[in-house]
Design a protein around this ligand. Structure first.
Ligand SMILES: *Cc1c(COP(=O)(O)O)cnc(C)c1O
Length: 230
């Protein structure tokens, strides 16, 4: 992928998001785009940063930290979006600005305890396994409140919202639409007093559908960088 085509892909997605905001009567710039840069090189990230995009999502801890080290001169925001192994929480707490994939109390507690004092609170989302797939991380929808309550008691974490990766094969119709069910859970938790402002869902193939249902953060990889080789 040449950098020119990456730039034009980014332009296209930005334009699509702005027009989806207009279509769905959302405020302009209310939907946040995270460029998912797993498997991409530090140079590819730098090139996109020079083009004006500063928020990146990563799934693998060591790969991400290696790239952060090479990109230290840039003011980037890093989101951890992959499954979290307990023995990786310290590195995540030390290096990331956001963690979107919290799915159990022990991980939240460790991230809180391991967040360096010198850093601002770690922004976090509860990952919800909305289609209850055995292969996917995340809490069942009915367990999201309990995990959110736990996180709310941890002083070094700031609970920002919910994240989900719906099943791709499912036909999303009416009440069955997992994005709509996620939005309902999000709104219900807000009504019940949780200070959530972020609903992170939608990837390259389905971000339009996610935004239609109320996502205000989308995580897009291949539609920006091209297909991944691994
Ligand atoms: C890889 C990944 C994405 C981006 O997927 P694309 O289909 O490449 O846009 C988004 N969210 C998560 C959690 C991912 O692991």
């Amino acid at each position: 992928m040449t950098s020119t085509s990456t730039h034009s892909h980014l332009d296209t997605i930005r334009q699509n998001i702005r027009s989806l905001e207009a279509t769905h009567r959302l405020s302009r710039n209310s939907v946040h785009l995270i460029a998912v840069s797993k498997t991409r090189t530090a140079d590819e990230i730098r090139d996109l940063a020079n083009y004006g995009h500063l928020e990146f999502g990563e799934n693998y801890v060591q790969e991400a930290i290696d790239k952060m080290t090479l990109l230290e001169d840039l003011a980037l925001t890093w989101h951890f979006i992959g499954p979290i192994q307990k023995n990786k929480t310290k590195l995540i707490a030390q290096h990331f600005n956001w963690v979107q994939s919290i799915d159990r109390e022990v991980v939240a507690t460790r991230l809180n305890d391991q967040r360096p004092d010198a850093l601002p609170k770690l922004n976090v989302c509860v990952q919800v396994n909305i289609d209850e797939e055995s292969t996917k991380s995340g809490v069942a929808p009915e367990q999201a409140v309990e995990l959110a309550r736990h996180i709310d008691q941890l002083p070094n974490l700031q609970l920002r919202g919910l994240m989900a990766i719906p099943a791709i094969t499912q036909k999303h119709i009416g009440q069955q639409n997992p994005f709509v069910r996620m939005h309902e859970l999000f709104q219900q938790m807000r009504v019940n007093g949780f200070g959530l402002d972020t609903l992170s869902m939608g990837m390259s193939s389905d971000y339009a559908e996610a935004i239609a249902a109320g996502a205000n953060m989308v995580r897009v990889g291949t539609a920006i960088f091209g297909p991944r080789n691994n």
